[in-house]
Write a protein that binds this ligand. Sequence first.
Ligand code: ADP
Ligand code: ASP
Ligand code: MG
Length: 466
Amino acid sequence: MRSLMAHKIILTKMKVLKFGGTSVGTVDSLRSVKRIVESNATPIIVVVSALGGLTDRLIATARKAASGDESYREDMAAMSQRHYDIINELIPAARRADTLDKVNDLLSQLGRNYDGVYLLRDLPAHTLDVIVSFGERMSSVIVTAMIDGASRYDSLTFIKTENWFSKNIADQKLTTRLIREAFADLEGVAIVPGFISTDRDSGIITNLGRGGSDFTAALIAAALDATLLEIWTDVDGFMSADPRVIPDARVMPTMTFIESMELCSFGAKVIYPPTIYPVFHKNIPIKILNTFNPEAPGTLICDHNENENTGIKGISSIKGITLFSLSTISHRESKQLRSRALNALARRGVTLLHATREDGEPMVTLAVAGSDADTVYSLLASEFAPELSKGTLKDIKRTDRLATVAVVGEGMRERTRLAPRILNTLHRDSINVASYTHKPSATTLSFVVKEEAVSRTLQLLHALMF
Ligand code: ADP
Ligand code: ASP
Ligand code: MG
């Protein structure tokens, strides 16, 4: 039976479209979503985020309720009204009452969750996960009603996570099987709430992490061997830098999977980093497109592009970084310590943003997100307790409030003189580079600067390279 279902999907080639929060934020943007979806051949799958800004609002309101602030009820009323206004404006009369019923049912469940948090003055992580899930559950009901003939598919039943060091991570094997079953009879337009999932063991509501609707879309695209994954957002494509920091950032017409993966894991917010792996694995191209300017060609991310110019594709940065430096007594020692440190972090599921063994002094440096810094400090202190007491490891130095900056492009492989030019440019402007790595074959050069120097660093490097 299962192989028959899979066979049917393979014959039905289709695209997956994902619309982010800004695209589903207002009546006007939703009208644009409707036009874009309806201009496509069917079958197609459309993944939607919560109304723009709603996830932040759901979280802020939960925190208010937990702190005993009664105004959570006013927030709740405002969020409800925002959904009612959109329904009244957009949903055809014949489907309006039914849509209002469905959204009202979700709003009353949400209200009960807030009341519970307020009464108990407690906001456990699993309750917050339930609360944020209502964003996508409501937006998907509205978008389904807005598009003629569309059907809603509930991702809570087929996107599954497992718990790993108190993080929820996708169980891709199970999810792939469940997606194939859920969409076996796909026809027309399927609307899917992004971001939300359930725990594979307990069934409780979880999610794929902030920005995770991109990942929902990628998991579906990969499971169904889609022809293309379109990420519809509020900019004309993947740009050479964050346009909010570098106003003259340029749209890149093409990028390789590796380039986009590197830029996103180093902070380019345009795609949620885990998104790229499943589609890369299946060689499904990604297009970044603008809901507010659908005619713009966007950015095509694929494995390899015939006309590829192998230049530098972008610069990105992440703030709030902590750097740990371990000063050892010899280079041989630092090599061993480095691999033990990496293993200790990996065992605890901590993401390492940057690691280097300095060529000059015998030292290992590790950059992690500030939110992981306390955990990492305890891990390193216990892993290296014997070395610290023997004195073969001098100390573990911790520096907070740093930023990593990454310069990415396949062209980096050939441009061996670029690293010294970058460092010189920063040096001339008195920007101190705390640590940097660049393997000769790599597409990425990354380094660490003080948080307050990050905008200036991006400006200087963007002017140097674009
Ligand atoms: P969505 O709500 O559609 O998921 P996001 O806010 O997650 O949108 O991502 C789009 C935003 O990413 C853009 O508005 C832009 O400000 C930001 N961004 C950061 N770096 C880049 C980049 N290199 N290229 C394009 N956009 C970027
Ligand atoms: N609504 C979720 C968030 O704001 C997921 C997403 O938009 O991708 O993080
Ligand atoms: Mg996003």
